[in-house]
Each structure stands twice: as structure tokens, then as C-alpha cells.
Design a protein around this ligand. Structure first.
Ligand SMILES: C[S@@+](CC[C@H](N)C(=O)[O-])C[C@H]1O[C@@H](n2cnc3c(N)ncnc32)[C@H](O)[C@@H]1O
Length: 258
């Protein structure tokens, strides 16, 4: 899909999802883990790339000098601005833009972060190059995202299901691929951590407004795996109350620009 068309699909999707990026549930998952690993300092000038409602940026804001939050989708930015105002945060600013062409000079930021977006964009290498470019020498780059298994067949099936649910889903990268994008962009990786994130399947499909017939296809595919069929790569399970969950693997990769 050409990049502009892909960006239109992203905006259409996140216009629907913006309200669900609130103060609980999926949207706040992993924030304590991420903030602790990024070790923010009071002198840091931070950029949150493809920030959405800036959950990471707002979690970092009390620890740093300033946060800039950039995203393609105005409704996500409005949601972030509203939540920042409610929380009394005065050191975060919101700006619409494309992560493949960041509107900042080289070396402007001490810490550049991006959560849950590389799998969404048409050109993840271009996003990572831009993140490294705008980070100063000695600064850190943190990438948190869904992570694919090393088996290409399982990964392709997981992406197929993700796209059924959200047509703007791109390609989930492996931890090695994220590592290599950062290294190729000139920022050697200093740490990689993983985290299993359980996701309530009905809530996951409701957030994207997935059509009822497609929801049935997805439920049936998970049921097939649960009865011994081919793995989906999304590790579904039923809890003791019969609620269907899947398991996303998140990775957090931190690099430093020499
Ligand atoms: C799954 S949401 C994650 C939002 C946020 N990073 C978070 O962790 O809550 C993906 C976000 O990426 C944004 N996005 C996708 N492609 C983008 C691009 N090329 N430039 C800027 N934002 C983009 C979408 O608008 C959406 O807000």
C-alpha cells in the first residue's frame, strides 16, 4: 500500500480508537516498566514519536524538563492534550506530523521514545532513522513494540489476524529486526527486555470497531488453535471464567547514540 494511502488508513483507524486511549486498561499497560527502564532525568528534553495520546510522554513528563508529542491523528492528540490538562501537566506540547519526516533539527532531544507503533507504519526503518537523527550524541532511543516470533509462518498468520481486526496494521517485527534497525541507523543497542501482555480479545476487537462477521472469523481461528490447530502466534487462552485472551509479546529496546 503506498505510504500516503497507508497513513489515511491509520488516521481512519485511530479516529475510531482515540476515546479508548484513556486512563485505564490497555492504554496504560507497561508504563511503569517503560519509565523505570528509560531512567528519565530532570534535564531531559524528550520526544514521544507517534505518541497517540502521549501515554509514555505524559508518564515521563513529571521526571523531565519537557516532552514533545507528535502523531498523525488529530483525535489522538486532542485526547492526549485533554488528559495532560486534567493532570495539570504544563511541560508537554502536542504537534501533528509524520514520524518519517520529524520537524526538528538533528540532535535536539536527550531521549526519543516510541511505543506500539513500528508495527503500524509503512516504513519502520525510516521512523527509526528519524528518531536517531533528532537525538543528541550520548542520548537514548527507546522503542517499545509488539514483537514477532522468529518463525515466519507463525508471524505471517499473527499479522493476518491483526489486519483482520485493524486494516491499518503493518508488519510486526522480530526483536532482532528492531535491534538491526537501530544499529543500522547509527545507535547501538544497550538493552532489550521482554514482557508478556495479556489482551482481552473482545475488548481488543471492540476498540477497533471490527465488524461482527470478522469478529466471528477471529474467534473461530483462536478456537481452532485452542482445540489443537495451527498456532496463530498470538497465544490465545481461556481464563477460569471462560473469557478469551491473547498474549502479545512486547519488547523494549534501548539504544544510545555514540
Ligand atoms: C497503537 S497507537 C500507539 C500510540 C502511542 N504511541 C501509545 O503507546 O499509546 C499507534 C499510533 O501511531 C500513530 N501513527 C501511525 N503512523 C504514524 C506516522 N507515520 N507518523 C506519526 N504517527 C503515526 C497513530 O496515529 C497512532 O496514534
Amino acid at each position: 500500500m503506498p505510504e500516503q494511502t497507508h497513513n489515511e488508513a491509520v488516521r481512519a483507524q485511530f479516529r475510531i480508537q482515540a476515546q479508548s486511549f484513556g486512563t485505564s486498561g490497555f492504554a496504560v499497560a507497561g508504563l511503569d516498566w517503560i519509565v523505570a527502564a528509560l531512567e528519565p532525568s530532570s534535564k531531559d528534553n524528550v520526544l514521544d514519536v507517534a505518541a497517540g495520546a502521549a501515554h509514555v510522554g505524559r508518564a515521563l513528563a513529571p521526571h523531565v524538563t519537557h516532552v514533545s508529542a507528535l502523531d498523525l491523528t488529530p483525535e489522538m492528540l486532542h485526547q492526549g492534550q485533554r488528559l495532560a490538562t486534567e493532570a495539570g501537566l504544563r511541560n508537554i506540547t502536542f504537534q501533528q506530523g509524520d514520524a518519517v519526516a520529524l520537524p526538528w533539527l538533528d540532535g535536539q532531544f536527550d531521549l526519543t521514545v516510541c511505543r506500539l507503533t513500528l508495527h503500524q507504519v509503512a516504513d519502520p526503518a525510516a521512523v527509526v532513522r528519524e528518531m536517531v537523527r533528532v537525538t543528541r550524541r550520548g542520548g537514548r532511543i527507546g522503542v517499545v513494540d509488539l514483537t514477532a516470533s522468529d518463525d515466519p509462518v507463525t508471524t505471517a498468520e499473527a499479522d493476518r489476524i491483526e489486519r483482520l481486526r485493524d486494516p491499518s496494521h503493518g508488519t510486526t517485527l522480530t526483536a532482532h529486526q528492531i535491534h538491526d534497525l537501530l544499529t543500522a541507523a547509527g545507535a547501538p543497542v544497550v538493552s532489550v527486555e521482554r514482557h508478556d501482555q495479556p489482551v482481552d480479545v473482545e475488548d481488543w476487537m471492540a476498540r477497533t470497531g471490527t465488524k461482527p462477521l470478522i469478529r466471528d472469523v477471529i474467534r473461530e481461528r483462536f478456537a481452532h488453535e485452542l482445540s489443537g490447530g495451527q498456532p496463530t502466534g498470538l497465544r490465545p487462552y481461556l481464563d477460569s471464567e471462560g473469557t478469551l485472551w491473547l498474549t502479545h509479546t512486547w519488547s523494549m529496546t534501548i539504544a544510545r547514540k555514540p
